[in-house]
Design a protein around this ligand. Structure first.
Ligand code: ADP
Ligand code: MG
Length: 260
């Protein structure tokens, strides 16, 4: 039974607006344009996947959304307010969960709340709720070195959710996991996203993962070469990878990259 109510402020919706966003980096004395005049609206509670070839700017875009990187031009608005840096309404999850090795699972998940001034008891109460949600209740006393890759990433997800963000930013979160674990984790992410009603922006190089999890897929191209395509994934949930519409969607997305 869940004892922790969702205490997210109802005025925050987790809507993301990207306006005329450009970002370049210095490279050999020149500027490498990565994102060019990008426009994007992500709806409250939507699941958006970002795909594209390696080096096309997926991580850069996510870091700009997180407030870890400043755009050259344009802006990001969260619920209508310009992003000025990192903020508590956004949480980012990387490929490696980067857990603190000297803390237990419970300690790692509660850490963020304790840093924000919650008492240890309050922090642990809420942390336990999210540890259960990711299926690790029996491991709350374990240390990171005792966990498999999939379990560690689950801890990372619980840690991000514990601070109850409006927007979950994920950068290839399942990219380092073996194929079987990855499929299980995709199902779990889908369930968690539905239960938490959080806006999810997921970078992945796995087209099937994008179709499995996303309402829409943003297809980025190298060097911001053209206006990115946004593809609607109008498939019923929970999704079935073997269903004909799913297979057809995978073909369509592969064709975007000239693959067959
Ligand atoms: N801090 C940085 N300084 C210089 N170049 C960078 C920096 N971050 C990213 N880049 C370059 O920007 C491009 C996009 O990188 P990235 O966003 O990591 O791509 P992706 O995540 O799609 O693989 C790459 O060519 C990368 O080398
Ligand atoms: Mg990347």
């Amino acid at each position: 039974m869940s004892v922790v109510q969702n205490t997210r402020p109802t005025t925050r919706l987790g809507e993301v607006t990207v306006r005329d966003l450009s970002k370049s980096f210095a490279l050999n004395g020149q500027r490498l344009a990565v994102l060019r005049d990008l426009q994007l609206e992500v709806r409250s509670g939507e699941s958006l996947a970002i795909v594209g070839p390696s080096g096309c700017g997926k991580t850069t875009l996510l870091r700009v959304l997180a407030g870890l990187e400043t755009p050259d031009q344009g802006e990001v608005l969260i619920d209508g307010l310009p992003v000025k840096g990192v903020g508590t309404e956004r949480a980012i999850i990387f490929q490696e969960p980067r857990l603190l090795p000297w803390l237990t699972v419970l300690g790692n998940v509660a850490f963020g709340l304790e840093m924000r001034g919650k008492s240890k008891a309050q922090a642990e109460l809420r942390a336990r709720h999210y540890i259960r949600l990711v299926g690790l209740a029996e491991f709350e006393a374990a240390y990171p070195r005792q966990l498999s890759g999939g379990m560690a990433q689950r801890v990372g997800i619980a840690r991000a959710l514990t601070v109850q963000p409006e927007i979950l930013l994920l950068d290839e979160p399942l990219g380092a996991l073996d194929a079987m674990t990855k499929l299980t984790m995709q199902e779990e992410l889908s369930r968690i996203w539905r239960e938490e009603k959080v806006t999810m922006i997921l970078v992945t190089h796995d087209l099937e993962e994008a179709i499995y999890l996303a309402d829409r897929v943003l297809v980025l191209t190298k060097n911001g070469a053209s206006v990115p395509r946004l593809i609607d994934i109008n498939l019923a949930r929970p999704r079935d990878r073997n269903e004909s519409d799913f297979v057809a969607m995978r073909k369509r997305l592969m064709a975007e990259f000239g693959l067959h």
